[in-house]
Design a protein around this ligand. Structure first.
Ligand code: P6P
Length: 316
């Protein structure tokens, strides 16, 4: 029995048709990102085989130039974005400075090519994160100004999750046809879930309010359960689908937190809010309202189910 399942390309084109001002530029941009991540997914799946890890400049059994997967992903994403002809500034977490591809390019794109890449050689899920702004000449814009954001999770299956302001949609790669199929329509974060996701090893370094919160949720009648992968895309994806609270807070060693505002926190906070959840940074303020000071700025982040964030805020 034939049942048509929408591909990512069809979905994005349909979204474009709904928008009277669309010129097809965003569709072209997203399609180039899609092509890049399909190639990255293929290499991630083979990463244990072609000895692609850790070496630079050698050649491998496949006579390909072997480079670290994150360098490869970084170069590939940049080239694909440049080839799209739709970008002004492109900023990679792997690079010190943004690159101005075309001053008149319509969109600025920030990306983390392979977040959690330290997990590659132990076969733990890793991900690509991207964040898209209108090119208004100024590279640094607050997260609220994002026109779209998304991630790709290279896991037991490869998933492309994104939002362009009309809810969050998930697409699962069907490797037999090389297409992302619309598997998760309009993802909504459950309002509550007793999952907490944090690196408990730093508990002695956390602020008093965080320590009191963590003690309290473990003493509830239904104690909260720890779920922590240590790979942001995996932890946020689980939080998006199942609910709970993901935290990478400030601590005495990292008073501004560990995760990058422009490359990790803004795109993930945008997605969580689009899916009906909440995201807060210092003093309970939304990270999307932070005026970025520099490209590599780190901020504390707590995000997830609306009611879980409300409970957390009562401890501030
Ligand atoms: P911590 C991975 O190195 C990463 O950048 C994120 O993917 C992950 O959420 C975080 O760092 C883990 O941080 O404090 O647990 O080492």
């Amino acid at each position: 029995m034939y049942r048509h399942i929408t591909t990512l390309t069809e979905f994005v084109v349909a979204q474009e048709k709904k928008n009277p001002h669309a010129t097809g530029s965003f569709t072209l941009l997203l399609t180039h990102i899609e092509n890049a991540v399909k190639i990255i997914a293929s290499h991630v799946k083979r990463s244990g085989l072609v000895d692609i890890l850790g070496k630079t400049g050698a050649t491998n059994a496949y006579d390909e130039e072997v480079m670290k997967l994150d360098d490869f992903s970084d170069k590939l994403l940049f080239d694909m974005l440049k080839d799209s002809g739709q970008v002004g500034y492109v900023a990679s977490e792997e690079k010190e400075e943004p690159v101005c591809v075309d001053k008149k390019g319509k969109y600025n794109v920030f990306f983390d090519p392979l977040d959690g890449s330290s997990n590659i050689d132990v076969n733990i899920n890793i991900g690509t994160i991207f964040s898209i702004y209108q090119n208004k000449g100024d590279v640094l814009q607050e997260g609220r100004k994002q026109v779209a954001a998304g991630y790709v999770l290279y896991g037991s299956s490869v998933m492309f999750v994104y939002s362009s302001g009309q809810g969050v949609h998930g697409f699962t790669l069907d490797p037999t046809i090389g297409s992302f199929l619309h598997s998760h329509e309009n993802i909504r974060v459950p309002e509550t879930k007793n999952y907490y996701s944090i690196n408990d090893g730093n508990v002695e370094l956390f602020e008093d309010s965080m320590q009191r919160y963590l003690t309290s949720i473990k003493k509830e009648e239904k104690p909260y359960q720890s779920r922590y992968v240590g790979s942001m895309v995996a932890d946020v994806h689980r939080t998006l689908l199942k609910g709970g609270i993901f935290m990478n807070p400030a601590n005495k060693k990292r008073p501004t937190g560990k995760l990058r505002l422009m490359y990790e926190v803004n795109p993930m906070s945008y997605l969580i809010e689009q899916a009906g959840g909440s995201a807060v940074s210092s003093q309970g303020k939304s990270p999307l309202d932070i005026e970025p000071q520099n490209l590599t700025q780190r901020v504390p982040i707590v995000l997830g189910s609306k009611k879980e964030i409300e409970k957390y805020l009562t401890f501030l």
